[in-house]
Design a protein around this ligand. Structure first.
Ligand SMILES: Nc1ncnc2c1ncn2[C@@H]1O[C@H](COP(=O)(O)OP(=O)(O)OP(=O)(O)O)[C@@H](O)[C@H]1O
Ligand SMILES: [Mg+2]
Length: 301
């Protein structure tokens, strides 16, 4: 607890989360939205969407590389944890019973240091939000150097966020890839650019983000990112967000490190701290098959 006490103090003034339960549907993995449905949605939102066939999300492969829980029990546990994580995020984004945050539909998952579980959290949070049938989720790979989301979803050869920001002639629809998971779309990282931080700070970036989310009321953006203390582009990316999920590796990340990362954020954002990689008390009885879990330490409460 002491790791986050100071950080949480910074957040005390934030609105209280809605306590309304959010139903979670079982994940339909094989339903393939048709091209017609994509076109209809594009018309509805007056926003261009790529109408190519949806790319297949290989759930088994995601499990193999550790981005999804490996067994049913771990999946159930994570699903429960994520319900309490996403409840305040949804309330802040779309205002169910509480005040919305400016840019609240832009949610960035980050951490102070490498390997704290950002990508794992971003992917699972995006899938969990996509199960809310009223919304669609754009999972954006904002970790330009590592691009783990891009690789995991088999989009390494595709244009992405960095290309869109660097090239004014490109349209957002060129980097949005529909998947065969209902309500889930992915924006790959794109090619590395040596001026990534400067481009992320540019007016073009704000325009791009507006285009990605601005005109579509039912779209949420979930960004994976590089560690806040490791790259300046991550800090710049954070400055465009309305909500930050700060992943903290339990028993590993030092309090000063978390505090230092939190200082990089601005006061107007909702910041939720998420304790990750904390062993369940009952883990031994499951033969350590799920030695990690997620816990919302701060969710506006
Ligand atoms: N809650 C969790 N349950 C199970 N495995 C997890 C969990 N969180 C992280 N991991 C595992 O820990 C490793 C690091 O996680 P991840 O890649 O998400 O970290 P990261 O913060 O994105 O790292 P990087 O800074 O290198 O991008 C991965 O192998 C992932 O499978
Ligand atoms: Mg990562």
């Amino acid at each position: 607890m002491s790791i986050v006490e100071k950080a949480v103090a910074k957040l005390k003034t934030l609105p209280v989360e809605s306590s309304a339960p959010i139903p979670d549907e079982p994940r339909p993995q094989q339903a393939v939205p048709t091209v017609e449905r994509a076109q209809e949605r594009a018309r509805e939102s007056a926003q261009p969407v790529i109408t190519a066939a949806p790319s297949h999300v290989d759930i088994k492969a995601l499990k193999r590389i550790g981005l999804l829980p490996s067994d049913d029990e771990a999946e159930r546990q994570l699903s429960d944890e994520l319900r309490s994580v996403k409840r305040p995020l949804l309330a802040n984004a779309i205002g169910k019973g509480s005040e919305t945050f400016a840019r609240g539909k832009r949610i960035m998952v980050t951490s102070a240091e490498p390997a704290e579980g950002k990508t794992f959290t971003a992917v699972n949070l995006a899938l969990s939000l996509a199960r809310e049938t009223d919304y669609e989720v754009l999972l954006v790979d904002g970790d330009i150097p590592k691009s783990d989301v891009t690789h995991a979803f088999g989009l390494s050869e595709k244009p992405g966020l960095m290309d869109l920001v660097a090239d004014e002639s490109m349209a957002p629809a060129e980097v949005i890839f529909r998947t065969d998971v209902p309500n889930l779309l992915v924006v790959p990282a794109g090619k590395y650019h040596p001026l990534a931080a400067e481009l992320f700070r540019s007016r073009r970036m704000e325009h791009v983000l507006d285009e990605l989310d601005g005109r579509n009321r039912r779209r949420l953006l979930v960004f994976d990112s590089s560690p806040l203390l490791a790259t300046s582009e991550s800090q710049v990316l954070a400055s465009h967000m309305g909500q930050i999920v700060m992943v903290v590796a339990a028993s590993r990340t030092r309090r000063q490190t978390v505090t230092s990362a939190l200082r990089r954020l601005n006061e107007l954002q909702y910041v939720g701290l998420l304790l990750n990689m904390s062993r369940l008390p009952a883990a031994e009885s499951y033969n350590n098959s799920h030695s990690y879990y997620l816990k919302a330490l701060k969710g506006g409460a």
